[in-house]
Design a protein around this ligand. Structure first.
Ligand SMILES: NC(=O)c1ccc[n+]([C@@H]2O[C@H](COP(=O)([O-])OP(=O)(O)OC[C@H]3O[C@@H](n4cnc5c(N)ncnc54)[C@H](O)[C@@H]3O)[C@@H](O)[C@H]2O)c1
Length: 403
């Protein structure tokens, strides 16, 4: 019986998906501290957390039954990944489940900024009738410049074209242009053409401060700027100057270099109290639909790992996309140090016990190697013991019997 513990009010469909594969699931609304977690993890094979539960080396060392951790969120900073890898515990997250939510917020903001809705709304709430077309535009026909054409950038591209926008994009990697979108050869070329510039690059360290005074200076007069990616990418002090001087017509910012930790905490930014600037508290991906998608997605991943040994999209183990073993075959997985000879030693053990290999797949990632082997007869306890004894072995799992 697979035992799962889901903390931090994970969407109920996360529990349902695990129950569907026969797991016994316990849920808890809050996070647990280190001591409580160690106690709660005895006998638990799958752990589900969000951002508030910290998985330390000590937790991993004291959770011998743990096989997989599902981070029902995007980030995995709260998990000591090397510790998890060292114990053969697979970690999965949900990197794409909130893509659509971010795209829809960006679109809403693009329209709101281009129509100067924020100012009209504020004026009317303040009791002032301000009916004018000054500075208000349709988005149809305007040029949308997407910087970073990944999951979010590409989906925004498709939906923006449906609104009649002309999409141009810049990405440092080779990317296929969708629809009528046009790839720009440089960021500068994009900035010179775009009426709206929106950042959707990833948060790799090299991107810190990637958008500063020189980039704002290249943007068109009256253009608008959006950042829903990462706060540390942009010089917000300079963005303030561009808005105050009215060279840029507006901005929408969802992410900040320093973000408050808890609900209700105070917030400050150089971008507060500016006209036609929309500030949101990192809610680009925060919708009920995204939570639902995350529940299914992560439970599916940890479920496939525990049942079949599949590790595709694991953030810490070599990725192997494998389905259920063929009927009548018996699977075991072997996680090891990525050093020469381990695979040969695994196969020597099988040959010594007369086990026929029906299918075998190997993946490596950094200093880890992971091999899944389907054999024609059940793995004997002696063979399992011999596999454990191979030098460099981290974890062996027999998926049709002993673990
Ligand atoms: N606001 C939110 O709530 C929220 C939610 C989800 C994701 N995000 C953020 O959105 C961003 C994009 O997410 P994604 O899933 O589309 O990521 P992704 O990894 O799929 O795409 C990022 C793209 O940016 C490109 N890129 C990286 N550096 C670049 C540079 N300097 N110039 C041009 N292109 C560059 C990459 O090649 C890649 O194609 C990430 O920073 C992510 O953290 C924010």
């Amino acid at each position: 019986m697979i035992k799962a513990l889901l903390l931090e009010s994970i969407h109920p469909n996360g529990k349902e998906s695990l129950e569907a594969i026969g797991a016994e699931v316990t849920t808890q609304s809050g996070a647990l501290d280190e001591e409580e977690l160690i106690e709660a993890l005895q006998g638990v094979h799958l752990l589900g957390i969000r951002s508030k539960t910290h998985i330390t080396q000590r937790v991993i060392d004291n959770a011998p039954d743990l096989k997989a951790i599902g981070a029902y969120c995007i980030g995995t900073n709260q998990i000591d990944l090397p510790a998890a890898s060292g114990a053969g515990v697979a970690v999965f997250n949900a990197p794409f489940s909130n893509t659509r939510s971010v795209v829809e917020l960006a679109l809403a903001e693009i329209i709101a900024l281009t129509r100067r809705l924020t100012e009209k709304d504020k004026a009317l709430h303040a009791g002032r009738w301000d009916k004018s077309a000054q500075g208000a535009h349709e988005v149809r026909g305007r040029v949308l410049g997407i910087v970073g054409y990944g999951n979010i950038g590409t989906q925004l591209s498709v939906v923006a074209e449906a609104l009649g926008m002309q999409v141009i994009f810049y990405d440092t990697a080779e990317k296929l242009a969708l629809g009528n979108a046009k790839r720009m050869g440089s960021l500068d070329a994009l900035l010179e053409k775009a009426d709206i510039v929106t950042l959707h690059v990833d948060g790799r360290p090299g991107n810190a401060g990637m958008f500063g005074a020189a980039h704002f200076a290249k943007m068109k007069d009256g253009a608008v700027f959006l950042n829903l990616s990462r706060g540390f990418l942009v010089d917000y002090a300079h963005l303030r100057k561009e808005i105050v001087s009215e060279r840029l017509a507006g901005a929408a910012v969802d992410v900040f270099p320093e973000e408050p930790k808890s609900q209700g905490d105070p917030f400050d930014s150089e971008l507060r109290d500016l006209p036609n600037v929309i500030l949101t508290p990192h809610i680009g991906g925060s919708t009920q639909e995204a939570q639902e998608n995350i529940g299914y997605f992560v439970s599916g991943k940890v479920g496939d790992f525990v049942q079949y040994g599949a590790t595709d999209l694991s953030v810490n183990l070599p990725n192997l996309a494998i389905d259920a073993p063929r009927y009548g075959t018996f699977r075991f997985t072997h996680l090891h140090q990525n050093v020469p000879g381990v695979l040969a030693n695994v196969n020597n053990v099988l040959s010594e016990v007369g086990a026929n290999i029906e299918a075998q797949m190997l993946a490596t990632f950094g200093d880890l190697g992971y091999v899944s082997t389907d054999i024609g007869s059940p793995l004997t306890p002696e063979a399992l013991q011999a596999l454990h004894s191979i030098e460099g072995t981290i974890r062996v799992r027999s998926l049709n019997g002993a673990h």
